[in-house]
Design a protein around this ligand. Structure first.
Ligand code: FAD
Length: 494
């Protein structure tokens, strides 16, 4: 069974994960395999997931998606980072931008130069040395021919799934409407063999991609992959999602506003704003969360607040037998840094890199699972950082987060930065040094020392160095149009 050739891939579920998988596999491998996708309109999708990170551009390039057509179809806007408000402490805000800040040297990151300048009283705010940060602050944006700005997108999730569906169908994927009632396994090997729908239709396949969302119908309910529960580190377990009319031009960044027992997102699209509250039900009731959310919305409601429950964590194995879990079926860690859609695309690309054309081989399975585990653990640490390194002690929730035990891997990174100012990226991890530095400084963690190589520069030289970077950032940003003006000109929705 395990060495059967893979001729038919069946994707269960048609949310962002399902259609991203279908479009990618059909476009990139469609001549060699048949692709079918089953989804149930009656069940629907999770209906959130509207902010992304820059890696999405790489997948879109692979799929040859034309940016302007895509943005106009999904009511999309541009995203230069996330504004974290009240996270360090009430009233203290910072932006984690997608850019690079300042200039490094071989021995030391820019933060070392900046820290000395700060001691001397000549450094501006850390972000002032970063194109994306300043452009976000000033509400400016353009797609530059020389790629001088790193950006991602905000989009309407249902329109995105529809956009990908159209693409997948054009590349030959077949959509089957219906609710999966039964999952069949080979009695000897336990490999999946088919899905029976409520209508009685049987869909047989050689390989299955589980995109059924939190249910994990194939990977967990059938194959029992197991789940690592991380809710002691990432304690939020509930969300309320609501859409509102725009009351101001869309800004080029996501807002994440911390509250007493959670945080609120604001995602500006062309035609509306996506909002929601992520909170911890141990510290806040639904009514308390909803009252806070409603009190902090701008604009008329387009939808009523919709509850979503989740448990943070990851499947112990993302690939089991002839089934790979993609999207929420593989786990969920918090929408705080918009990493879920990125992880969908990593799973899809990784699966295609290890595509088992001649049948499933266990070394592929083990390699896939090891790579996914490393990737989600690094991402997990980065997310925990936001909750744990804070000066907030004003509510039981924040006191819990500040005092909770954290993974050793994260404790090491925090200690290293605090004592030496150093940050090293794990080779395979998503977030680079600059992201870690921005968030650690933003959350109020300041290193006790800077690298001695900085002292090779005289004081005047350091001033010139810092001022030179800032003025070139300022010059570039001053030439950019307002974000909304650029959107209207470049990709206005049809
Ligand atoms: P779903 O959208 O739930 O799709 C599941 C599919 O499976 C549906 O088509 C459903 O009909 C089908 N299905 C299920 N059971 C059956 C059955 N028995 N028979 C047939 N079909 C079935 N990610 C980001 O990257 N950025 C964000 O800003 C972000 N914000 C989020 C906010 C919240 C509150 C939450 C909870 C998540 C957020 N995410 C975000 C994650 C993101 O929403 C998901 O990763 C993404 O939408 C993919 O979901 P999915 O396709 O795995 O699942």
């Amino acid at each position: 069974m395990e060495h059967n050739k893979i001729k038919h891939v069946v994707i269960a579920g048609g949310g962002t994960a399902g259609w991203m998988a279908a479009a990618s596999i059909a476009k990139l491998l469609g001549r060699t395999v048949k692709v079918s996708l089953v989804e149930s309109e009656q069940i629907g999708t999770v209906g959130v997931g509207e902010a992304t990170i820059p890696t999405i551009l790489t997948l879109h390039e692979l799929l040859k998606i034309k940016e302007q057509d895509f943005l106009s179809a999904v009511g999309g806007t541009f995203k230069l980072g996330i504004s974290f408000e009240n996270w360090h402490d009430v009233g203290k805000n910072y932006i984690h931008s997608f850019g690079f800040t300042g200039k490094d040297c071989w021995a030391a990151g820019f933060q070392h130069f900046w820290l000395k300048g700060r001691d001397m009283g000549i450094s501006k705010e850390f972000g002032e040395y970063c194109n994306e940060w300043l452009a976000a602050k000033r509400n400016r944006f353009a797609v530059l021919p020389n790629q001088n700005l790193n950006y991602a997108y905000h989009f309407d999730s249902s329109r995105y799934a529809a956009f990908l569906r159209k693409m997948a169908e054009e590349y030959g994927a077949t959509r089957i409407e219906g609710k999966i009632q039964q999952v069949h396994q080979d009695s000897d090997s336990g490999f999946l063999t088919g899905l029976t729908l409520e209508s009685g239709q049987l869909i047989e396949g050689d390989f299955f991609v589980d995109c059924t969302g939190f249910r994990g119908l194939l990977i967990e309910q059938t194959l029992q992959a197991g789940f690592d529960d991380w809710s002691h580190w990432l304690p939020c377990d509930s969300a309320l999602a609501v859409q509102t009319m725009n009351v101001q031009p869309p800004i080029p960044y996501t807002r994440s506003i911390a509250h007493e027992a959670g945080w609120q997102w604001r995602i500006p699209l062309q035609h509306r704003t996506g909002n929601g509250m992520v909170y911890c039900s141990k510290f806040w009731s639904r009514d308390e969360a909803e009252e806070k959310l409603r009190g902090n919305l701008e604009g008329e409601l387009v939808t009523e607040p919709r509850p979503i429950k989740f448990t943070t964590g990851t499947r112990k194995r993302h690939w089991v037998k002839n089934c790979v879990a993609v999207g929420l079926s593989s786990g969920f860690m918090e929408p705080l840094e918009s990493t879920s859609i990125h992880l969908i695309q990593r799973s899809v690309v990784r699966f295609m890199q290890m595509f088992p054309r001649e049948g499933v081989r266990q070394p592929d399975v083990d390699e896939f699972n090891a790579q996914m585990a490393a990737e989600v653990e690094n991402t997990r640490d980065f997310l925990i950082l936001h909750y744990h390194v804070t000066d907030r002690t004003d509510t039981p929730f924040w006191r819990y987060c500040k005092n909770m035990d954290i993974p050793d891997s994260l404790q090491h990174r925090i200690d290293l930065f605090k004592e030496t100012g150093r940050v090293f990226k794990v080779p395979t991890e998503l977030f680079g040094e600059n992201s870690w530095v921005q968030v650690m400084l933003g959350q109020g963690l300041y290193p006790q020392q800077y690298h001695s190589i900085v002292n090779m520069m005289g004081d005047d030289e350091l001033k010139q160095f810092l001022d030179g970077i800032h003025s070139s950032v300022d010059k570039l940003v001053s030439q950019l149009p307002e974000h909304e003006r650029f959107v209207n000109h470049y990709c206005r929705e049809a």
